[in-house]
Design a protein around this ligand. Structure first.
Ligand code: 2AM
Length: 473
């Protein structure tokens, strides 16, 4: 053991512990501190063979680190992050680096960045995705902050991150809150992916498939272009049996979804920037609707609907749902990318969208084979106005849309809710329609509020008003 550690981590909940073990396994000596000292001692005792230094006060922790100090916080997002930073400030030296690896809201990260930078310290807001297993074996890391801080942390980040084709799943995302922002979008996209899979499941269920039969479908999909962590775990989850009853585990789980807020943050940011993320929105709202269980139970016996039983060719349904899921997923990602591009322009973050897609290929929850195509699309054209216009995706949407329409129509005619499939389809149809119905909307606005309108037969930027007839009620 050396006198001083290379790295220090505060907050020894499971994510923190696993990150420490990951960093240590790459040859670094790590100091650890937890508000509750028992957790520190228990953790270090359980890993007595490792280069871990337990500390019991923040001062002892700081003194145990080599300079410039690299201090990572893995504490509960919110007030706890500020509380720990307050404790660190009097103890740190200029140029020491504080990394917040929690799920912080990016605007909090911007505030902390300004606060610490003004005091001469360096701050990194790093999104870390991959859950407990990712933290231990290799997460996807999205660090934001000044380039010099990134360079100082780069050796550690690159060695602990997941690797895909030898490339680490980490890159300098941008300044200030950019890292946590991109992690937030990652989570919004994750909500969309999960909901789309659940809608596929609901259609298979309506077609009378058993959990094992569905598991076979997801396993097969995982061998193809939908290959991804979420498809893989869905297959495994469907196959799981309850040891008590022997029934499929999923059949015994209550249909009320929880959420921790990152999906809602994505919606709020989209609303702030007038960017449409309708698929992600549908996914967040589907969780909200699911949580209204008592109302749904009451309504189910009072409001009628068609029989939710699909008497269809099963193989054909599976193929169609595959295509609908893939097309819907593409537009969900396109929405997340559109929001990132908008914020990147607004904040001068210079986000590398292709690079971001490539560091999502490993370690994180949305890791998937198809992300390669997103990277290729932005490498080929960094100014791509929208993902659906990239050659690969244009072709995919043109090919898959017939099946996609049939699936949405089938679901609607049988009263099976598919909010994310249909949100993606409406988004697609709106964006590929040259003339929408907003001419009438403009007429209405001008009618009641003299808001004026442009004309199709006059140059853009010329505004007109009509003397609409008086309304007599
Ligand atoms: P604890 O074990 O002492 O509760 C996740 O909750 C992690 O954040 C835990 O390690 C927890 O420490 C830590 N944490 C939560 N609030 C904190 C605070 N105000 N100060 C320091 N650590 C905190």
């Amino acid at each position: 053991m050396n006198n001083l550690s290379d790295f220090g981590l505060i907050g020894l909940a499971v994510m923190g512990q696993n990150l420490v073990l990951n960093v240590e396994s790459r040859g670094f000596q790590v100091s650890v501190y937890n508000r509750t000292g028992d957790a520190t001692d228990a953790f270090v005792a359980a890993h007595a063979d490792k280069k871990l230094v337990p500390t019991h006060t923040v001062a002892e922790f700081v003194q145990s680190l080599s300079k410039p100090r690299r201090v990572m916080l893995m504490v509960k997002a919110g007030a706890a992050v500020d509380a720990v930073i307050e404790q660190l400030i009097p103890l740190l030296d200029a140029n020491d680096i504080v990394i917040d690896g929690g799920n912080s809201l990016f605007t909090d990260t911007e505030r902390r960045d300004a606060w610490l930078t003004a005091k001469g310290f360096r701050f990194i807001g790093a999104g870390v995705s991959g859950g407990e297993e990712g933290a231990r074996k290799g997460p996807s890391i999205m660090p934001g902050g000044p380039a010099s801080s990134w360079e100082a942390m780069r050796p550690i980040f690159e060695s602990i991150a997941a690797k895909v084709d030898g490339a680490p799943c980490v890159m300098h995302i941008g300044p200030g809150g950019a890292g946590h922002y991109v992690k937030m979008i990652h989570n919004g996209i994750e909500y969309g992916d999960m909901q789309l899979i659940c809608e596929a499941y609901s259609l298979f269920k309506a077609a009378g498939m058993t959990a094992d039969e569905m598991a076979d479908v997801f396993d097969a999909w995982n061998e193809g272009d939908l290959h991804s962590y979420l498809i893989q775990i869905t297959g495994k989850a469907l196959r799981q049996r309850d040891p008590e009853t022997g029934q499929p585990m999923v059949d015994l789980i209550l249909d009320k979804a929880g959420q921790k807020g990152t999906g809602q943050w994505t919606l709020m940011n989209a609303a702030d920037n007038a960017v449409v993320v309708s698929t992600i929105n549908a996914a967040v709202e589907a969780r909200v609707l699911s949580s209204m269980k008592a109302l749904r139970v009451a309504a189910s016996s009072q409001l009628s609907g068609p029989e939710a039983t699909l008497e269809v060719d099963r193989q054909q349904l599976i193929a169609q749902v595959h295509d609908a899921l893939y097309a819907s997923k593409v537009l969900s990602y396109a929405q997340g990318l559109d929001l990132m591009r908008t914020m990147s322009d607004k904040k001068d973050w210079a986000l590398d969208l292709g690079g971001i897609a490539s560091i999502w290929r490993g370690g994180c929850i949305i890791r998937a084979r198809f992300l390669n195509h997103i990277t290729e699309a932005y490498r080929a054209d960094p100014t791509l106005p929208h993902l659906m216009l990239a050659p690969f995706f244009k072709n995919l949407l043109n090919t898959n849309q017939q099946a996609w329409r049939e699936v949405v129509a089938l679901a609607a005619s049988h009263g099976i809710p598919v909010p994310a499939f249909s949100a993606s389809l409406s988004y697609f149809d709106s964006l590929r329609t040259e003339r929408l119905s907003a001419n009438l909307l403009q007429a209405q606005r001008d009618f009641f509020g003299a808001h004026t309108y442009e004309r199709v037969d006059k140059p853009a930027g010329q505004w007109f008003h009509t003397a609409w007839p008086e309304v007599i009620e």
